[in-house]
Design a protein around this ligand. Structure first.
Ligand code: GCV
Length: 698
């Protein structure tokens, strides 16, 4: 009995060692399954690498590190090795089929193939560049971390999109706009002399999921970043990122020629302004030869832009594009614009950008948020997707959970991403999903200097998902989640399956306890944490929740059909048809497009009022069940991460109830209907919720 207790204690120590979450999905834990371990060891004894570039050194170091962790072996370099890292020019004696395959993999794609040399199995990891080989190494390590059979490999992986970026909304004082995981990773005061290990680990993590670009600074930009001392600091970071195939980008404040250059204007058609930008860009490339380019937020939420001078977004973007073009740099010009003059904020981006289609220079991409408003828990896709055939578009997703429970709610966002990517735009007829209209991907980063990078341990999955999905838009949310869980926690099915279930439902539950049935933007003013559907005090109508839900005694929702703002006319006819008729509009989008009566019969058969109550209540109950589910998994997780998630789930459960009670009590003042029988009564009255003054320090 004593012996059994001892063995159990040893096992628990082995599988549940203290962990901070710092290692992300690159934990490389010892393989516990002896059979799998032996199978790997029989194939992997040594490796050979052809070339000495910093990128290949990083690939070799990662391979050694990963296999040391998982197989507990120090991997010697031999020739031939059982793993071969080589580009095509080193494969002259190899079968032609391999070289032919590599002709198709471009600059970033890789192959992992089992081959036989001297009657021995070897694993070839190859690609046309060192960066491709690095990606191949990370993929190979992922196969082992997720316990895949590596006996007979024949993998070709080519990214479907060339631009796969993170956008950091990091300020130069190291605060992060909408950041919930600490301060910025970029230690501007210590740079360029000191580049800490964290920068290398950030680059490793990104390379492991195929992210190949990072915008370091907030779109609400500070021109200081474009001054020489700061550019030296940027160079120090770029020198690290380059090793991992990551290009560095900056945000460009449109008025920088005035602020930094003492010019009287930033008019994009002014020759002195154009010359200033050209010189500035040339000087950046002197320091950072592979600089990626600029991301720009212009004439939006108070940011300066070309419209200040009566010019268009195209005039502004093209001026920067001209300066960048000789260096192969790009401009990512954001379409997130709205103003108080627009009768429906939904329509504005399309109204401003659609007429400019085809007028942007070749190295400009227009970067569009996934939905027409602002990263809400559920939005229809932006009507710009599919409407700008003459302009390359980038998708902007928000990883940081500004409107999705911020740092405390467990929400796996891949189902949201997939929903948008899979929506058919009907551009040129059926079968043109949003994903087919894209030339690049950007995720607004959820990364800070918290020990575990993302604040909530599960928020790491959203960073992971952005990388994996931008590489391969065919991957399902479920596949990505499985990979992430196995690498981040354990491959044990008794853990993987229930956690997968939690993750896969989490976004839908959040929609239903926050903004069910197409409700939009009913969050608390400014910081957007918590419910405030009654909000009506801000200076502009479209900053106030009441503008979005339009609840009154007749019903609730925003009429965007032809009898209302007609925003639906911005979509292709087939999309419009899906939403235009109140009786056929899907329940999940009803209040996005219709002002529906409280008695309206939903597709579920319930009345609108009863459906609203049903959704708020069942989602809150589901979060409580998720809390219980997690508690039952204690034995699979180290105590630190287990407890962290447990505590956050307690917050989430109580906040789901807060959302439910505050919203239902408020909407009841319009519907004047009773809560259906059998539901838990609200914990407080409406005045209580209205008097909660939620002050956050970020
Ligand atoms: C960076 C929303 C956010 C702002 C953000 C803006 C944007 O309005 O609340 O913090 O500013 O989007 O995407 O530019």
């Amino acid at each position: 009995m004593k012996r059994f207790a001892f063995v159990l204690a040893m096992l628990c120590t082995a599988c549940c060692q203290a962990e901070t979450g710092y290692e992300l999905w690159l934990r490389y834990q010892p393989i516990a399954n002896a059979q799998y371990l032996n199978a790997c060891k029989s194939l992997i004894r040594s490796y050979e690498v052809h070339g000495t570039s910093p990128t290949l050194q990083a690939a070799s170091a990662e391979l050694e590190r990963g296999l040391k962790g998982m197989l507990r072996i120090s991997l010697p370099r031999t020739n031939p090795g059982s793993i071969i890292l080589a580009k095509p020019e080193h494969l002259l004696s190899f079968p032609n089929t391999i070289k032919t395959t590599l002709q198709k993999t471009g600059t970033e794609g890789f192959i992992i193939k089992t081959i036989s040399i001297d009657n021995k199995k070897r694993i070839l990891i190859s690609g046309n560049t060192d960066q491709a080989i690095l990606y191949g190494v990370f993929h190979f390590l992922r196969l082992i971390q997720t316990a895949q059979n590596i006996h007979s490999l024949d993998i070709i992986s080519i990214p479907r999109s060339a631009l796969r970026l993170l956008n950091h909304w990091d300020n130069l004082n190291r605060t992060i706009e909408r950041g919930y995981a600490g301060f910025s990773l970029w230690q501007w005061n210590n740079l360029p002399a000191c580049v800490d290990q964290r920068i290398i680990d950030y680059a490793r993590a990104n390379a492991s999921i195929g992210i190949n670009g990072t915008v370091l600074t907030n779109v609400n930009a500070n021109a200081l970043i474009l001054t020489d001392p700061f550019l030296q600091k940027v160079k120090a970071l770029a020198d690290v990122f380059r090793v991992y195939g990551i290009k560095t980008y900056l945000t460009a404040r449109f008025s920088a020629p005035i602020e930094n250059g003492n010019l009287k204007t930033a008019d994009p058609l002014d020759p002195a302004v154009r010359a200033w930008w050209k010189k500035k860009v040339d000087s950046i490339y002197q320091l950072i030869p592979d600089f990626g380019g600029f991301l720009v937020k212009a004439n939006s939420e108070g940011q300066p832009g070309p419209q200040d001078y009566g010019r268009t977004h195209a005039d502004g973007a093209n001026m920067l594009a001209e300066a960048l073009a000789p260096h192969n740099g790009i401009v990512m010009w954001r379409a997130f614009v709205y103003s108080h003059t627009s009768e429906d904020r939904f329509k504005q981006a399309y109204e401003e950008f659609k007429p400019l289609d085809g007028k942007f220079n070749a190295n400009v991409l227009v970067q569009v948020k996934n939905g027409p408003i602002d990263f809400q828990p559920r939005e229809p896709f932006s009507p710009l997707f599919g409407s700008m055939p003459g302009t390359p578009l980038m998708m902007e997703f928000q990883l940081t959970q500004e409107y999705l429970g911020q740092g405390t709610h467990l929400v796996y966002e891949a189902p949201l991403f997939r929903e948008v990517l899979d929506a058919d735009t009907y551009a040129n007829g059926k079968g043109n999903p949003v994903s087919s209209t894209l030339s690049g991907f950007a995720g607004v980063a959820n990364i800070g200097n918290d020990l575990n990078w993302c604040g909530h341990p599960f928020a790491q999955s959203n960073w992971y998902a952005l990388g994996r999905l931008s590489w391969d838009q065919q991957l399902s949310s479920e596949e990505i989640a499985r990979e992430w869980i196995k690498q981040t926690f354990t491959t044990t099915p008794a853990f993987v399956e229930p956690v997968l279930d939690m993750m896969m439902h989490s976004r839908e539950w959040l929609v239903n306890y926050m903004t069910p049935l197409g409700l939009t933007h009913i969050m608390y003013n400014d910081h957007h944490y918590g419910p405030m559907p009654w909000g009506n005090s801000l200076g502009r109508p479209d900053w106030n929740p009441v503008y979005y839900h339009k609840a009154d005694s007749a019903g609730i929702g925003f009429n965007r059909t032809s009898s209302g703002s007609n925003a639906l006319s911005q979509y292709a006819a087939q999309v419009r048809q899906q939403f235009e008729q109140i009786d056929t509009c899907p329940d999940d989008y009803l209040l996005w497009f219709h002002h529906a009566s409280w008695d309206h019969t939903m597709q579920s058969g319930r009345s609108l009022w009863n459906e609203l109550c049903y959704r708020y209540h069942t989602a809150t109950d589901s979060v409580r069940q998720m809390q219980q589910q997690w508690k039952s998994l204690r034995r699979f997780v180290d105590p630190e991460r287990f407890r962290h998630v447990e505590q956050l789930l307690a917050i989430q459960a109580s906040e789901a109830a807060w959302w439910r009670d505050a919203c239902l009590l408020y909407f009841q003042t319009f519907s004047r209907k009773p809560f259906p029988a059998g539901y838990e009564p609200p914990a407080h009255d409406l005045e209580y919720y209205k008097n909660l003054h939620i002050r956050l320090t970020y």
